[in-house]
Design a protein around this ligand. Sequence first.
Ligand SMILES: Cc1ncc(COP(=O)(O)O)c(C=O)c1O
Length: 361
Amino acid sequence: MVFPKPSSESDLFLYSNFASRYARDSLPRFSMPENSMPKEAAYQNIHDELQLDAIPKLNLASFVTTSMEEECNKLIMESINKNYVDMDEYPATTDLHNRCVNMIARMFHAEIGENENAIGAGTVGSSEAIMLAGLAFKKKWQNKRKAEGKPYDKPNLVTGSNVQVCWEKFARYFEVELREVEVREGYYVMDPVKAVELVDENTICVAAILGSTYNGEFEDVKLLNDQLLEKNKQTGWDTPIHVDAASGGFIAPFLYPELEWDFRLPLVKSINVSGHKYGLVYAGIGWVIWRTKDDLPEDLVFHINYLGADQPTFTLNFSKGSSQIIAQYYQLIRLGHEEHNGELQRQCNGAEGKFGEEWAL
Ligand SMILES: Cc1ncc(COP(=O)(O)O)c(C=O)c1O
């Protein structure tokens, strides 16, 4: 038998991978190894260790997309080395981001003219999107209170006790009191009537969930809007609504187009959605959309110019990958309204037991 002749040290390694000293000695866990190793050894060691993970496609507990088409995987690899924040270097990527914001905002019925750009941002997920939306509400409320000469040190936020942990994080990180409406036997989402009872002059917003993390149920945003309009009329306040549509934002427009939960309701000022859930992209993408420019206080937007021209940014982090944004754009144009509908029908049927019948009100 003839064995191919290794021509370099790394070739040599290929033929002795599992018998080499790199496979015999265990790798240090707490400090960097003193010596380097061939690339094949590094790959094999890590690859083998990762076999201990579950297979993502079989992970039914995942809240995120685990499978995309080969063409999209290709686009992801082609853009894996692009830093999204270098907008002047990567103007085409920036444009795809803006197209996504425009498409999603229109899907949520934002009040924008035909050729007007919507106000929104791509984020790492719904959690970052919620931090940004929450900060915008807090800032708007503070600015108003300051202008009225009233105290602005005790902001609060009203939600159901079924909120995802990111709302508790927002409240703790940014010092906002979280007022939770307790769920009760047989009613496992926020009761809009009780939520409005908790609102006072220090409430920066009421957050409703479209697709509760625990059972997928939609909260009644329309009832909340109507009750809050009534309270605002009586008190002279203008308490707004945020909709956490992390899961439902890419469900309701397709499966329940008549359901009014979005910018069709006047008090809904911002909405978040996870691109990596039913936006059908791998983990690492979310979106926050504001109803109008006035709903995002200008003093939260930073203008940077050291990467080229003036760039407005409103995100918590600076550098991030471009792949997920490009992948989101791929899904939007690839599936369109028509196929998004079909894909979601298939996924919701497949997810029976996880969400059961609870997707609708
Ligand atoms: C209702 C709701 N809001 C927010 C989040 C946080 O989303 P992300 O993982 O995209 O940060 C989740 C995640 O499960 C969720 O279900």
